[in-house]
Design a protein around this ligand. Structure first.
Ligand code: PLP
Length: 388
């Protein structure tokens, strides 16, 4: 008999994912389907990073690495954190993890005991509920509403507080909405954390794909460095999703404790991948190019969509996704996604897969070449015209 805990780690919003899985199966069977439902880059890791990894393999970097990450890797990660948050960050405030997901897992394990309570802002990334269930922690979902551009309201978060609330989890730039939290939004959340002595777990894996104003981390706000755990990753910024390299930034005394979690879980990162990651971080390989690419794709796609009657753009300021309110055409976003797949051979995610707040919406992934996105926009236009 398995543990109740492991049985409880179910994925969220499974229904909506059926559109994606069906489209995948049909594409693999040879059907010509545009996959605007996937959240992985359509291009490979930058050549320089791949070459650095090959050189590391040839140089004999085949061994165990230090549990918190290779010292030079932590230094390189801390430098990036300093640059992208504006807060001077030392290597002692950083722990390397196999991807942002493990950084998130560590943050939750490090802040919540079984029975403790957390607040999770929705729309959220699919793994969030399961990550709390794996820790035996309870959570309340607070909806960031579409009409507020998917910016969460501090009053809504505060209303969800319980006596045993220990942490708030946010994600900016956001998956799935593309919302980039404003300074006002983050200040409101920071104020709650300071007044109630809470941890803020801030998932910033899309840090390199911000809105025009640049990336703003809540760690940079007054009194927040000592209570913020930033989830970071090279997956999106450096085009390295399959390499599994991320990090968590937080107070040094918390990081020391989390090294013990690495001891009993991951046992450290891959040696040769770490060596390549150090160079990729130090040289910013791919970062500006990838950011420019997604910026271009977003602007081009939104240009197509803005003129469409019955469609409203919400959030969609940064990250890799665009969120469209299609409720004026079809209130049931799953029905919309199924019909769009049937009639136009385009797979998108119904917003309901990401929590209640995104119901009535579809999420478009920008992980496709520009001509594909342009064609998908044409098909969307035709579909919308046919359904009004
Ligand atoms: N957090 C968010 C919001 C994501 O969208 C993803 C991946 O899509 C992750 C975390 C995990 O990323 P990784 O583990 O590849 O760093």
């Amino acid at each position: 008999e398995h543990s109740a805990r492991i049985g409880g780690i179910t994925p969220s919003g499974k229904d909506g994912w059926e559109v994606h899985f069906t489209a995948m199966t049909r594409k693999q069977a040879g059907e010509d389907i545009m996959m605007l439902s996937v959240g992985d880059h359509d291009f490979d890791t930058p050549k320089e990073t791949v070459e650095a990894c090959k050189a590391a393999l040839d140089a004999g970097f085949h061994h165990y690495t230090q549990l918190p990450g290779l010292p030079a890797l932590r230094v390189a990660m801390a430098k990036v954190s300093t640059r992208c948050t504006g807060v001077e960050t030392s290597a002692a405030e950083v722990i390397a993890t196999p991807g942002g997901q493990l950084a998130l897992y560590a943050a939750v394990q490090g802040t919540l005991d079984p029975g403790d309570h957390a607040i999770v802002v929705a729309p959220y990334y699919a793994t969030y509920p399961g990550t709390f269930r794996a820790a035996g922690a309870a959570f309340t979902i607070v909806e960031a509403k579409a009409e507020n551009g998917f910016q969460p309201l501090a009053a809504d978060i505060e209303a969800a507080m319980r006596d045993n609330t220990k942490a708030i989890l946010i994600n900016t730039p956001n998956n799935p909405t593309g919302a980039v939290y404003s300074r006002q939004t983050l200040e409101g959340i920071a104020d709650i954390c300071r007044r109630h002595d809470l941890w803020l777990i801030s998932d910033e894996v899309y840090w390199s794909l911000p809105a025009d104003g640049g990336h703003l981390s809540p760690r940079a706000l007054p009194g927040m460095a000592e209570r913020t755990l930033v989830v970071n990753s090279m997956s999106k910024s450096h085009g390295m999703t399959g390499w599994r390299i991320g990090w968590l930034t937080g107070p040094a005394d918390m990081i020391v404790l989390l090294v013990n979690l690495n001891l009993v879980s991951t046992y450290g990162l891959n040696d040769f991948a770490s060596r390549a990651a150090i160079e990729a971080l130090e040289n910013d390989w791919g970062v500006a190019e990838i950011a420019a690419l997604y910026h271009r794709r977003r602007e081009a796609f939104l240009d197509h969509v803005r003129g469409m009657n019955g469609i409203r753009v919400r959030g969609s300021e940064g990250g890799m996704y665009v969120m469209l309110d299609i409720s004026a055409i079809e209130p049931d976003c799953e029905a919309f996604a199924w019909a769009f797949l049937e009639e136009e051979k385009v797979a998108v995610m119904p917003g309901s897969s990401f929590g209640e707040a995104a119901r009535g919406h579809i999420r478009i992934s920008l992980c496709q070449p520009e001509p594909v996105l342009a064609e998908a926009a044409e098909r969307l236009k035709r579909f919308v015209l046919g359904h009004r």
